[in-house]
Design a binder for this molecule. Structure first.
Ligand code: 2HG
Ligand code: ZN
Length: 462
């Protein structure tokens, strides 16, 4: 470690774990986007709020940019450090701090993995209901920084519904305790909610008090095969009217093709163009009858061509794997990812137009559609053909994303439903957010991070 700035950091916080090992720079300098070459100055792995505060104060004194770092499972480049930044990894701050049975809250350090939060809640007979496939690797701090969504938003909402309190270190180096775990708090601006989804551009989430809830009633998982895209929203309406949905997810035949090639088990003998995985509460006769009624109605109307319902937890997990395994099964094709949303009522028109647009622009590419259709959230992954150079591929995809962004603007949608803006979607922010909104966001950033050192270049340019 020869950089004098790092020597001063180490001198200011003697116990701080710092590394400039080449493998560490590479490992901590990137997230699941693979487009940027990591080039951080160093990696700091603090073990306390005081150490985090010390790092931010040092960064202000030295003018060094800081990239907050959780599990780095993000898909928008929000945790990339490619410009000599200090990566501040919360990895070592991964403990449960407190469980409060009366408040039904779990206080945790930001670096704890989502799955460990699930397990801790379950030990107390409760659940933390935000859930998605990266649960084993992502951290709660990153979930909060991106207001992560996932497969149960339809029932429980996004991460922001479940954060009762936050401790943050702002870009100016102040430690703030926000909302104090309160349910009701009508005392001015809600700075906790401002921090949620700010992608590390205002400060660093160091601790959180999470709300827990009752476990859901027993559920069943159903896989439906659909003959056409047009009927998707009708199937959704038929199920939603009759059942309490825990999830309603969709994917195409191309998605299934890749998951099966990755080792999942084939659900039907025949091939169908579209599929839905839905999970809903059962556990009594009325609910089970409602589930059958929804399915039979869809079959009679020709909205669905086949279906299978889970008979055990193992089979439910198998059906879920078909949906949750998609991202991993596509990784080797270096996919260009879109994560868009519109209001559910806009979904049918948006789907029709987008399908036409992509069919026209990508006749030669493998385009994989899937996502949280019950929340109006679609993931569109475009796979890189072997014979296309990386840069050409990205250029073509960016052109189409521009067209997609225009369609989203017409339909009042968002260019990022749940993955964040980061670096990948920064060029398309205007359109989802107005110029006035972006100007206000810049002003807010300036008041919390006056030197512009917190995750600079992410979301918007200063
Ligand atoms: C999911 O819903 C994740 O599985 C990842 O948000 C989506 O890989 C993607 O595009
Ligand atoms: Zn998703």
């Amino acid at each position: 470690m020869t950089d004098s700035r790092l020597e001063r950091l180490q001198a200011a916080i003697p116990g701080l774990r710092l590394t400039t090992d080449v493998a560490d720079l590479e490992h901590y300098g990137r997230d699941w986007t693979r487009r940027w070459t990591p080039a951080p100055l160093a990696i700091a792995l603090p073990s306390s709020v005081d150490e985090v505060q010390g790092i931010v104060r040092w960064a202000n004194a030295e003018g060094v940019a800081v990239v907050p770092s959780g599990g780095r499972t993000g898909l928008s480049g929000g945790a990339v450090a490619a410009n000599g930044e200090l990566v501040l990894s919360l990895e070592r701050m991964n403990r449960v701090l407190d469980f409060n049975r009366v408040d039904r809250t779990l206080a945790v350090q930001a670096g704890i993995p989502l799955e460990a939060v699930h397990n801790a809640a379950r030990e107390h007979g409760l659940v933390y209901p935000v859930d998605f496939a990266a649960r084993g690797s992502c951290s709660i701090g990153g979930n909060i920084a991106t207001n992560a969504g996932g497969i149960r938003v339809i029932r429980y909402g996004n991460t922001r519904e479940w954060v009762a309190g936050l401790t943050v270190v702002t870009g100016a180096g102040e430690v703030l305790h926000l909302n104090r775990g309160l349910i009701k708090n009508s005392s001015g601006y809600d700075l906790r909610q401002l921090m949620i989804g700010s992608e590390g551009t205002l400060g660093i989430v160091v601790e959180a008090t999470l709300r827990l809830t009752d476990p859901p009633p027993p559920t069943n998982v159903m896989l439906l095969a659909l003959p056409s895209f047009e009927t998707l929203m009708q199937v959704f309406a038929a199920f939603r009217e009759r059942l309490t949905l825990e999830a309603f997810e969709f994917f195409t035949d191309r998605a299934l093709h890749h998951v099966l090639a990755h080792g999942a088990q084939k659900p039907f003998d025949e091939v169908h163009p579209y599929y839905v995985v839905t999970e809903f509460a059962v556990g009594d006769e009325a609910r089970e009858a409602a589930a059958m009624a929804a399915f039979e109605y869809c079959m009679e109307q020709g909205l669905v061509s086949d279906g299978v319902i889970s008979q055990s937890d193992a089979q439910a997990a198998q059906l879920w794997r078909l949906r949750e395994g998609i991202t991993e099964s596509l990784a080797k094709y270096k996919p260009y990812k879109n994560d868009v949303s519109v209001r559910i009522s806009e979904m049918p028109a948006f789907l029709t137009q987008t399908q036409a647009l992509l069919g026209q622009e990508y006749p030669h590419f493998d385009v994989v559609w899937f996502g949280h259709i019950g929340d109006g959230n679609l993931h569109i992954n475009v796979l890189k053909p072997d014979d296309t150079a990386d840069a050409d591929f990205v250029r073509q995809c960016e052109h189409v994303t521009k067209l997609l962004a225009q369609a989203l603007e017409r339909h009042g949608g968002s260019i990022s439903a749940e993955h964040g803006i980061g670096l990948v979607k920064k060029p398309y922010l205007l359109g989802t957010r107005s110029a006035e909104e972006i100007a206000l966001m810049r002003g807010i950033k300036h008041s919390l991070d006056p030197r512009g050192l917190m995750n600079p270049g992410k979301v918007f340019d200063a």
